[in-house]
Design a protein around this ligand. Structure first.
Ligand SMILES: [Zn+2]
Length: 72
């Protein structure tokens, strides 16, 4: 009985670790669009500043468009 419980727990931990890995690899959406090698906003095609890219890896919009999308 203890074996079955241990196995179930191990499987759950494994699945959770996999899900976390997946979430970490793909933070939010498909990421920016690259124009001439520059990461650009998917909405307005303006370059996304490097500070924002560093702060929000995989972000796909510039701050203005992100705020508009999240806006009230
Ligand atoms: Zn934008």
């Amino acid at each position: 009985m203890a074996d079955i419980c241990d196995n179930a727990q191990a499987v759950e931990l494994l699945l959770r670790a996999e899900a976390l890995d997946r979430a970490r690899l793909r933070p939010a959406g498909p990421g920016p669009v690259y124009i001439d090698g520059v990461a650009c906003c998917r909405t307005c095609q303006e370059p996304i500043c490097s500070a924002r890219l560093k702060a929000v890896p995989g972000c796909c919009q510039c701050r203005e468009c992100q705020e508009e999308a999240e806006g009230s």
